[in-house]
Design a protein around this ligand. Structure first.
Ligand code: ADP
Ligand code: ADP
Length: 239
């Protein structure tokens, strides 16, 4: 696992909105951290800046040895290979099988399914199976992703990220579209991945209760600025 560092990161979008205002913070290797804040506070921008999808207007972002904010093209794609990413909307290929969706994690740079399947080795297949097993999705391996429930889809998305063998895992509102019991079980999966693999996990949440229950450190954002950074368990709504 790797640390994540933001140094005076400002992000201004072309429409003039400043989504992050000089944010500096360091997340240690192996931490399980929640970013909380209202809609529009900059959570999603922060995650997208850490994995290089949104370049900072000024400041610096590093994920372990990768100076993400300074990378372009192929070097950036390689850095992203070490960063697992989970989205609110799952981003699965609904018509493909669970297996194929999870295999994509090992071949994110491949142009077509055909190339990917042609190149998949026993090592790749084994890693995919182990990733699906760790989120309890092995028995659905040949089901079509589109036929799964929301919680199952998010577990497949977690397996896809794990099959990358990432050093850090970023999750942008991963449970926002799930019902409460399912949201809890997906958060429990993320927490157990953090605990068992020591993987650095950074997760955007708009519900403080989930942050208190499943993470150890909470970073509160308001209008693009850090307004709280401390233990998750003792954070109150007033913070
Ligand atoms: P969230 O609050 O979960 O980030 P939003 O509804 O704010 O979701 O944004 C959904 C998508 O629209 C995102 O990809 C975001 O980058 C984009 N978006 C949000 N606000 C703007 C805006 N003012 N102009 C252009 N795109 C935007
Ligand atoms: P959150 O994830 O906390 O909802 P976002 O990072 O999505 O916050 O948004 C922060 C601010 O930046 C909001 O005002 C939003 O409208 C704006 N924003 C987000 N994405 C874009 C975009 N692609 N273009 C322009 N403005 C955006």
């Amino acid at each position: 696992p790797w640390p994540i560092e933001l140094d005076e990161v400002t992000v201004r979008y072309p429409n003039g909105v400043t989504a992050l205002k000089g944010v500096s913070l360091r997340i240690e290797a192996g931490e399980m951290v929640a970013i909380v804040g209202l809609s529009g506070s900059g959570k999603s921008t922060m995650i997208r800046t850490i994995n290089g999808l949104v370049p900072p207007t000024s400041g610096r972002v590093a994920v372990g040895p990768h100076a993400v904010s300074e990378l372009r093209g192929r070097a950036l794609r390689e850095a992203r290979g070490d960063i697992g990413m989970i989205f609110q909307g799952f981003n699965l290929a609904d018509r493909a099988s669970v297996f194929h969706n999870a295999l994509v994690g090992r071949f994110s740079h491949m142009p077509t399914w055909r190339t990917m399947l042609g190149l998949a080795s026993d090592v790749d297949r084994d890693m995919v199976m182990r990733s699906l097993d760790s989120v309890g999705m092995l028995e659905k391996v040949w089901h079509r992703a589109g036929a799964l429930s929301g919680g199952q889809k998010q577990r497949v998305a977690i397996a896809r990220a794990l099959s990358q063998e990432p050093a850090v895992m970023l999750a942008d509102e991963p449970v926002a579209s799930l019902d409460p019991p399912t949201a809890h079980s997906v958060m429990a999966d993320l927490a157990s991945i953090n605990a068992s693999r020591g993987l650095t996990v950074l997760v955007n949440l708009h519900l403080m209760d989930l942050a208190r229950q499943y993470t150890t450190r909470m970073i509160g954002l308001r209008a693009g600025e850090v307004v709280y950074d401390g233990p998750a368990a003792s954070a109150t709504d007033a913070d």
